[in-house]
Design a protein around this ligand. Structure first.
Ligand code: C5P
Length: 232
């Protein structure tokens, strides 16, 4: 049988993992990325899922400043840099360490530790197929309202047009670098910076397991999913 070239099996994607957050909302007195889930830190579980995606050729982690050595020993296959004071600064620090040969870059929160490799691959594939910016999106289930400073409702937003956005977010390298260089205010995701440049950001279907582990309840849910054998 003749071997055929399968572009999706190229390890041509670098993933930047911001993991330098304090995790105040989660509690526990240690950086969130290092909190254990099923006996394993969130960060190493997250990186295992990334490494299982056939496209991923490099992982660069932005770690808490005083945990760079520890994180290097926890995930020896990754390159580790010191993170910054905000998520945006942490992403910028890791992005600067990605070798120029990687044209496709994914940015993925360490806190989304149960993200299935299939979602990582879907985002990478969409960028490889020609979209400059790709993000996973889920429909919003709650009714969303705007409130004023006193907590009084000022508007009900049309839910049909709303999406909750996850990571990994995938970009052509040049666009992401340009967006970080141009960003003035602080953004909670990378697609926000790219939107400010006027670039089109595409969505792919998100996955419920890619939720961000933020509160103690999220840890309970994540633990239950693992125990039920629900994760890829
Ligand atoms: O704070 P938030 O939950 O939005 O953080 C999302 C991700 O960004 C987490 O994985 C966290 O570790 C990371 N982060 C970072 N550097 C910061 C703040 C957050 O890498 N200064």
């Amino acid at each position: 049988m003749t071997a055929t070239f399968q572009p999706h099996l190229r390890r041509d994607v670098a993933v930047v993992v911001p993991a330098a957050g304090a995790g105040v909302r989660l509690g526990g007195g240690q950086p969130k990325a290092l909190r254990p889930l099923g006996g394993e830190p969130l960060l190493s579980r997250c990186c295992r899922n990334l490494a299982q995606a056939p496209s991923v050729g490099l992982i660069v982690i932005a770690a808490p400043k005083d945990s760079v050595e520890f994180v290097s020993s926890l995930v020896p296959s990754a390159h580790v840099v010191a993170g910054g004071a905000t998520r945006q600064e942490s992403v910028a620090a890791a992005l600067a360490a990605v070798p120029a040969e990687f044209e496709i870059i994914l940015v993925h929160d360490a806190a989304r530790a149960l993200t299935p490799p299939s979602l990582i691959e879907a985002v990478a594939a969409a960028v490889r197929e020609g979209q400059e910016a790709v993000i996973p999106a889920l429909a919003v289930v709650d009714t969303i309202k705007r409130v004023d400073e006193q907590g009084r409702v000022t508007a009900t937003v049309d839910r049909a047009q709303l999406r909750a956005i996850q990571t990994p977010q995938g970009f052509r390298r040049g666009l992401l670098v340009k967006a970080h260089a141009a960003a003035a205010d602080s953004h909670t995701d990378d697609a926000g910076m790219v939107e400010q440049l006027g670039a089109v950001v595409h969505t792919v279907p998100g996955h419920p397991h890619a939720f961000k582990i933020t509160t103690p309840l999220d840890l309970v849910i994540a633990q239950a999913l693992l125990e039920a054998g629900q994760c890829e």
